[in-house]
Design a protein around this ligand. Sequence first.
Ligand code: SF4
Length: 69
Amino acid sequence: MDPLGAGLCANCQHGRRLRNPRGSVFQRCERARNDKNYLAYPPLPVRVCPGYEEQASAESEDPSPGGGS
Ligand code: SF4
């Protein structure tokens, strides 16, 4: 889901969704910590990004290897 309209950042492994004490939600790029080519808070939605890497979705993995009792 992408309720913020963040585009690629919404399911990028470098994206972090932060909420401030007022309840506002922000999309942060963790690549910006070490790479000046990235903005910590890029204008959204991000449609094209060379640093995009899809999040590994552990929830879609088989939950019980060898199990099934
Ligand atoms: S690497 Fe690109 S797509 Fe990923 S969080 Fe940063 S700006 Fe968004």
